[in-house]
Design a protein around this ligand. Structure first.
Ligand SMILES: [Cu+2]
Length: 270
């Protein structure tokens, strides 16, 4: 049987088209890395989310050089943590779940887009190569204030990124003669050791201490001033580490004139 050459041409063209369609569908399903959340993926019980090791404290965690994990909870009508601060040019894996109803997790202008389903943990691995502020929106209608559900991802240039946290414990009031003591904790969430300086101020006294904090650990520093040196009154204090500052004020109580033996213990007076 002889087949006309035009017919052969059309046959070949339609074969190419069919193969083209199959290739497109296969690429869309596999090549883009889009996945449904499957049974073998992580799960979390929504009612135990606050006690969960991963989500009890939604956070950014360094897991290797240039490798970070972010644990995100979507809930009506916010994302936690917010903002999410991560370095540019690092491999960042988001683990996203929901506390209540189905939410979305999308960064417009990027290919970051997932559902946040209660009980399931979605995982997305991305590398941001452009530092900047990226918006984060919920793309699943989740209730009255769905349209206000938004967050922010702040991508910081690698050399400016740190995971330093400063917290300070300080008294509100100090009895005359006691020490005014500031207890500062500097936490270094990164792998590399942190070498820095802690500056403190109590009243008009200033202190400076160089510290080094091992990777993923914390260091305590305390500063104190004798309240007698300060005298009665209210004093401002502040503690500064790199770009972080905590401040407050402390009152040195007046020297009571009619000091009785047990004067300090009188607390239940109405
Ligand atoms: Cu929503």
């Amino acid at each position: 049987m002889r087949i006309h050459s035009y017919e052969k041409l059309w046959l070949a063209a339609s074969m190419v088209l069919i193969l083209g369609f199959i290739a497109t569908i296969t690429y869309g399903a596999v090549g883009l890395g889009i996945e449904m959340i499957g049974e073998e993926d992580e799960t979390v019980a929504p009612n135990e989310i606050d006690d969960d090791e991963r989500f009890g404290e939604p956070r950014v965690e360094q897991v290797g050089p240039d490798e970070y994990e972010v644990y995100v909870i979507a809930q009506t009508f916010s994302f936690r943590p917010n903002p999410i601060e991560i370095p540019a040019n690092s491999k960042v894996t988001f683990h996203v779940t929901s506390r209540d109803v189905i939410h979305g997790f999308e960064v417009p202008g990027t290919n970051i887009n997932s559902m946040a389903i209660p009980g399931q943990v979605a995982q997305l691995t991305v590398v941001f190569d452009e530092p900047g502020d990226y918006g984060l929106i919920c793309t699943e209608y989740c209730g009255d204030f769905h349209h206000q559900m938004e967050g922010e991802i702040v991508v910081v240039p690698e050399d400016e990124f740190d995971m330093t946290e400063l917290s300070v414990e300080a008294p509100d009031t100090v009895q005359p003669g006691d020490e005014v003591e500031l207890n500062a904790t500097v936490r270094n969430g990164q792998f590399e050791e942190l070498e820095t300086t802690v500056d403190a101020e109590i009243g008009n006294q200033t202190f400076q201490r160089d510290i080094s904090v091992d990777g993923q650990s914390a260091e305590n520093v305390s500063f104190s001033v004798d309240s007698d040196e300060l005298g009665e009154g209210e004093y401002e204090w502040s503690v500064t580490v790199d770009n972080y500052e905590e401040d407050g004020s402390v009152t040195v109580a007046p020297n009571e004139t009619g000091d009785e033996e047990t004067g300090d213990e009188e607390t239940g007076d109405d």
